[in-house]
Write a protein that binds this ligand. Structure first.
Ligand code: GDP
Ligand code: MG
Length: 317
């Protein structure tokens, strides 16, 4: 069982509320295609395919889902809207869980690895700093001592924002002047964390994807420096993706995972978007696990992604 692994009512409410728009959009489309029909025929399947694709599930994952449904309704063609919803829910849940029977947990911070280092990457504006603040809060609440490193030195506002999160959560933020070497900030952060016997370090970075080689070099340099101070660091490289950008998030996941060794994904801003289906596609298409989902700007609006819970919330009771 993970550190923060209790699924409270409040968490479920946050999840349900966050997925509301995706749900509404998906189900109004679904209702339309099955209205007045009692049979899942080729037309219904074609339209279902369109619903899933326009809900940002992605073409490959959609085709897999349709194939499963085709097989399933082959012998039992007469279904109503409620049954179709149920079939869809079950097939999506099964698809997402079949390769990976064990559901996600929080980052397992081992007592033997000190400090446990998480490097956070992703393009500007996706929610890296916010996710770091929320994560730091979760670790702190679990009794861990946390250090944050402001290695997004590209913009002054980025450093400032992390400092504000540090104050809010009550954890130290190691920073340097804007424009300084990110690897040097990472060095300082890991050194301080180590000498203070901290449990967790989270490093913010700048993600400038316009220059892939430059980004790759910068991230490798930061990693190399970390490994010198804490052998094996970073223990996790968390790629943050903005779920509200739909297929763009897919694209970014493809590019970043090619540029650096990403170990986990976080998909943010699922509240306020109808593109939440992207989580289904990304979770199916990438072998790297979606660990966290962002469901709002608040400090508690970050949850461990659990596939079954997610699908259940999306499809209601
Ligand atoms: N609604 C919503 N907004 C978010 C979420 N995560 C981040 N944001 C907002 O997205 C904007 C950019 O976030 P930030 O952490 O600065 O992104 P960064 O540039 O990647 O560090 C900020 O206004 C955040 O409040 C989320 O899960 N939901
Ligand atoms: Mg930032």
């Amino acid at each position: 069982m993970g550190l923060f692994d209790f699924f409270s009512k409040q968490k479920k409410e946050t999840l349900d509320k966050g997925l509301e728009k995706t749900k509404e959009s998906m189900f109004s489309k679904l209702s339309r295609i099955v209205a007045g029909k009692s049979k899942v025929d080729d037309d219904v399947l074609d339209e279902l395919e369109e619903v899933l694709i326009t809900s940002d599930v992605g073409v490959n994952t959609t085709l897999k889902i349709i194939e499963r449904i085709e097989k399933r309704v082959a012998k039992d063609k007469y279904v109503d809207e409620k049954e179709l919803k149920n079939i869809l829910r079950e097939e999506i849940a099964d698809l997402l869980t079949e390769n990976n029977a064990v559901d996600n947990e929080d980052f397992s911070v081992s007592e033997n690895v000190k400090p446990y280092v998480i490097m956070v990457v992703g393009v500007n504006g996706v929610g890296k700093t916010t996710t770091i603040g929320k994560l730091a809060n979760q670790f702190k609440k679990a009794g861990k001592s946390v250090y944050l490193g402001a290695a997004d030195t590209f913009r002054a506002a980025a450093v400032e924002q992390l400092v504000i999160w540090g104050e809010r959560v009550g954890v130290p933020v190691i920073k340097q002047a804007m424009g300084s070497d990110p690897a040097s900030v990472a060095f300082d952060t890991l050194s301080s964390a180590k000498s203070n016997n901290a449990d967790v370090v989270i490093i913010d970075t700048a993600g400038r994807l316009h220059n892939k080689v430059g980004l790759m070099n910068e991230l490798s340099k930061i990693k190399k420096v970390m490994d010198k101070i804490v052998p094996g660091a970073p223990h996790e490289v968390l790629l943050v993706l903005d779920g509200s950008t739909g297929q763009n998030a897919f694209e970014q996941a493809t590019q970043f995972t090619a540029a650096t060794d990403v170990t986990a994904l976080a998909i943010t801003k699922l509240d306020g978007t109808a593109k939440g289906g992207v989580v289904i596609g990304i979770s199916d298409q990438f072998r790297i696990p979606v660990k966290y989902i962002g469901l709002g700007e608040g400090i508690d609006d970050l949850q461990v992604f659990r596939r079954r819970e997610f699908v259940d919330s999306l499809f209601g009771e």
